[in-house]
Design a protein around this ligand. Structure first.
Ligand SMILES: [Cu+2]
Length: 465
């Protein structure tokens, strides 16, 4: 099974490479898309612009576009940096045309992003279950120049607490956070209503050097890769990675303060934040002292590439267990613009050291999203994750296993999926798709999971563009 999954992933990578080769032969049509913009005289005309064309362009070109009435200085590095960010201060490759709708409101540049999945999941094996649910998020950002620098307000909302009933949805081998006072096992938690609310300020302080300050009562500290809901390579996967709580789970943290310095192609950031994960009341903003820290070093060697390493100490992240987590992550992200879309891939490693159990748990992820044509997407995700919480909802069984076969189990998860856009309008992309996840399970816990559990998800996806 593992061989098959790797094989499928490589086939998709290979197909992507072939497509990429093909595009070299063709004249770059980005140019032709940029040129004939009718001169908009007013905001109404701007509204009439075909944003689907904007989407195909890369960010740097968009910012450099000369659109009368649209204040988009290409000589404003602070503004450019802020607009390249996804959640909090995290960034993917610059060449990824983040799906968004941009509107100029007076001297403010506003951006709207959003994604809704309607999903039906069916899983096999003794611990598999079924559910219909709708993970979703919406983000609004407004950016304004201030002297040499720029401000960006960011708000991210999710109706998950309402559209994911019962405080979780089924996902075999997923762990992290709680529902009804019990640790979630084989289930993914919903996101908070207020996923983020924060203020970013960036200002050039020397040639090619930008200083950045970020404060967010709810936000994303400089720890880990771009969180999966905002990651190009995960855009067609409604499920959270099994390594979420090893890699990017701090994307919803409280009292986040980040200082960053970007110099040419490198960036160094440091954050303080409150470490405990969101509680079960997902409608409120929780508060707490800044008791956790992280630092992240990122490199942008070329427009298509981004890499980061980060480390942090997260104070008491899990409510049901004592101990802090020392998290280390490294990731590599690649986006290849194609005439009909963007091919994006990520490699991620995340490690948690638990100061209470003294366990070191690793997680590895490879994922890719390949547009085969403008409307057809192939996607894949491969994960290996060390899990020690799979029986935390059954303490006596957990103790028995701990004495007999051990406490940590390496799980493999292999997902392959396909999405087809069925309706693409100026503002929305609606697609239908399905994915299949196969798992490898250590023999010791096969009595509880079956030897080859499977999960199938069928979904409708609507995304703002
Ligand atoms: Cu999350």
């Amino acid at each position: 099974m593992r061989g098959t999954a790797w094989c499928l992933l490589w086939v998709s990578v290979f197909l992507g490479a072939i497509h990429a080769q093909d595009t070299r032969q063709k004249p770059p049509d980005d140019q032709s898309k940029q040129k004939p913009q009718p001169k908009p005289q007013s905001m109404d005309d701007m509204e009439g612009m075909d944003h689907s064309q904007m989407k195909g362009m890369d960010h740097s070109q968009m910012k450099g576009m000369n659109m009368p009435g649209m204040d988009m200085p290409d000589d404003d590095p602070a503004s450019a940096l802020l607009m390249d960010q996804a959640s909090g201060t995290s960034m993917g490759p610059k060449s990824w045309p983040m799906p968004m709708h941009m509107v100029q409101l007076g001297s403010w540049r506003t951006m709207f992003m959003g994604s809704v999945f309607l999903v039906d999941t069916q899983q096999s094996g003794p611990r598999g279950s079924d559910k219909f649910y709708a993970p979703n998020w919406f983000m609004g950002a407004a950016e304004h120049s201030a002297g040499k620098g720029s401000f960006l307000f960011q708000v991210m909302l999710s109706l998950d607490p309402a559209t994911i009933t019962g405080r979780s949805f089924p996902e075999l081998f997923q762990t992290g956070e709680t529902a009804f006072g019990r640790p979630l096992v084989d289930a993914q938690h919903p996101h908070n209503f207020i996923m983020a609310i924060g203020l970013n300020y960036a200002r050039p302080v020397a040639e090619n050097t930008i200083l950045q300050l970020y404060f967010a009562p709810v936000g994303d500290p400089a720890l880990g890769p771009v969180a999966f809901p905002h990651r190009a390579s995960a855009a067609e996967l409604p499920q959270a990675p099994l390594g979420h709580h090893w890699q990017d789970s701090t994307h919803i943290a409280d009292e986040v303060v980040t200082v960053g310095v970007t110099h040419k192609m490198v960036r160094l950031e440091a954050s303080g934040f409150y470490g405990t994960e969101p509680g079960e009341n997902r409608w409120i903003i929780q508060t707490g002292p800044i008791n956790s820290w992280s630092t992240r070093f990122s490199v942008f060697p070329a427009k298509n590439w981004m890499a980061q390493v980060s480390v942090g100490r997260v104070a008491h992240p899990e409510r049901q267990s004592a101990g802090d987590v020392v998290r280390s992550t490294a990731s590599l992200h690649y986006t290849r613009p194609l005439p009909w879309g963007s091919w994006s891939s990520s490699l991620i490693w995340g490690r948690n050291h638990d100061t209470f159990t003294h366990r070191n748990l690793n997680s590895y992820l490879a994922e890719s999203e390949l547009p085969i044509t403008r409307r057809n997407f192939l996607t894949g995700r491969v994960e290996l994750v060390d899990k020690d919480e799979l029986f935390s909802d059954q303490p006596s069984l957990e103790e028995l296993l701990d004495r007999t076969v051990g406490s940590t189990f390496r799980i493999g998860a292999y997902t392959i999926g396909y999405t087809r856009d069925v309706a693409v309008s100026r503002y929305w992309e609606t697609g239908v798709g399905a994915n299949l996840t196969a798992y490898t399970v250590p023999g010791a816990i096969q009595p509880y999971y079956g030897d080859h559990p499977l999960g199938v998800s069928v979904y409708l996806r609507v995304r703002l563009k």
